[in-house]
Design a protein. Sequence first.
Length: 253
Amino acid sequence: MEDIRQTQKRFLELYTRASRNGVYCFTDFLSLADNSVLQNMVRSGAVSAQYVTVNGGCEGAERVIARFGSPELFGWEEEFPIVILEVAPVQEKFGEMLSHRDYLGSLMALNVDRDTVGDIRIKDKTAWIFVLDRLADFIADNLQEVRHTRVKVRKVPELPAGAEVRMEAMELVVPSERADAITARLTGQSRSKAAELFRDQKVFINGRQVTDPGTVLKSGDVLSVRGWGKAVYDGIRLHTKKDNIRVSLRKYV
């Protein structure tokens, strides 16, 4: 609870500064949990919705930056401080097929703060990493190796074709549209193990932390389970003969 109070205090400070001084204020990249705290503050009215915009640099980004202030209120625009870095092997034929963990580990080895790094998109042997603009040059100059692969780093204006979010259609047979039932099938866990994910505060719906396993999903909801990925819930496809339902999802891959 103390962590949540500190996060709320930080958001209120940025909101107050932006509203009083008429200047844009930005957070670093937010985790799902921090973004959930912010969205709850907006819903409760503690922070005005017209002052808050979130952006991760690309569609479907999980880690986002919150901006306090808007062009409608201030009469001028200020872009989010996000830079995309392309990380590719110096010699393609010797490059490894690297994972999200590999790239993130190499960044942490440079003593880069996790909050300064957003999503990492990977296609084949190349990755695109979203970072705060103040760290971009440092990372470009110092990230020279990921695991055993020598790499080159350059800034790019946007994600290339094929590096965008990819989604895989899937269907699950579940007893109901309860979040715990769908989470269990999505993660391959038992219902009791899935319930632990809720207790451990690892389940989010539309970016909002959910602790009630009985929450019912609605078509269009985005279900995120920390450590397991996320999927868009598309609703019931049909009812089975055993009183179960077949539901459709699109899982981020």
